[in-house]
Design a protein around this ligand. Structure first.
Ligand code: SAM
Length: 248
């Protein structure tokens, strides 16, 4: 059970595997008013940057669960680097099957709502680990601008327009599911560039070092298309944000 190797090649240099910068992650940590001793669970925690930096900045403790052995190793190394390895733990496994030993103050899934087959199912997964009165964090894409045609939809890596809401639609969905939206921090074009454009140099560097690898042909073809696809479709049309929710 592991993430396909192409993902870890593309994002080999990323600490945040989402269209957020260090600064936006820090803004979110301040916005939700974390306090020392608060407990967190992060499902699909990637390389652990959120838990590690928030443990350092705010004194939280927590557990991250991720299916990628490479990202879990990176998260453990980052915890040591930041001197918070006594406060955060990273577990390799399927986040959908993980249940925390005790309920937490903040339960998060940032950019992986497929683990619960969509937003509603992921909020259910997170809520089962949450203290009454606790906070959920969910990271999710949305249409910034209505996609005019199927080419735009597919250029944004989904097969149907209905695969994403627009921002009002997403906010309405949280309400319909019985959650108050109490904070949000949104990506912008610059933070999208840090996530996506940084992948191109990772792929190019890897291709130069591994020309005969089984994945070289696939990743070469991807790099031929990815920048234009991003500039034409994803950058203008796709938004992304982290939404903080409390049970109404
Ligand atoms: C877009 S990345 C987000 C990572 C992290 N939340 C962040 O913001 O940096 C999606 C993550 O989901 C993980 N993932 C995918 N399916 C998973 C599953 N079933 N259980 C746990 N992790 C999973 C991937 O390994 C990857 O780290």
């Amino acid at each position: 059970m592991d993430l396909p190797r192409s993902f870890t090649i593309r994002e080999s240099n990323h600490r945040i595997h989402n269209p957020f910068t260090d600064s936006k992650l820090a803004t979110l940590g301040r916005a939700i008013r974390l306090r020392p001793g608060m407990t967190m669970l992060d499902l699909a925690s990637g390389s652990g940057e959120m838990l590690c930096t928030w443990a350092r900045e705010h004194g939280v403790t927590g557990t991250g669960v991720d299916i990628s052995t490479a990202f879990v190793d990176a998260a453990r190394a980052r915890a040591v680097e930041l001197g918070v390895d006594d406060r955060v733990t990273f577990v390799h496994g399927d986040a959908a099957a993980y249940v925390a030993a005790t309920p937490v103050d903040v339960a998060a899934c940032i950019g992986a709502t497929w683990i619960g087959s969509g937003v509603a199912g992921t909020l259910d997964l997170l809520e089962r680990d949450l203290h009454p009165g606790g906070l959920l964090l969910v990271g999710e894409p949305f249409w910034r601008t209505d996609p005019p045609d199927q080419a735009t939809v597919e250029g944004c890596h989904v097969s149907a327009k209905e695969d994403h809401h627009d921002l009002p639609g997403l906010v309405a969905l949280f309400g319909k599911l019985g959650w108050d939206l109490v904070e949000m921090v949104l990506a912008d074009e610059d933070s999208w560039d840090r996530y996506v454009a940084a992948q191109w140099l990772n792929v190019r560097t890897w291709l130069d070092a591994n020309p005969d690898d089984d994945l070289a042909g696939e990743l070469r073809a991807e790099l031929d298309d990815a920048p234009l696809r991003y500039a034409r479709y994803q950058r203008p049309y796709l938004g992304w944000g982290v939404f903080a929710l409390m049970r109404r």
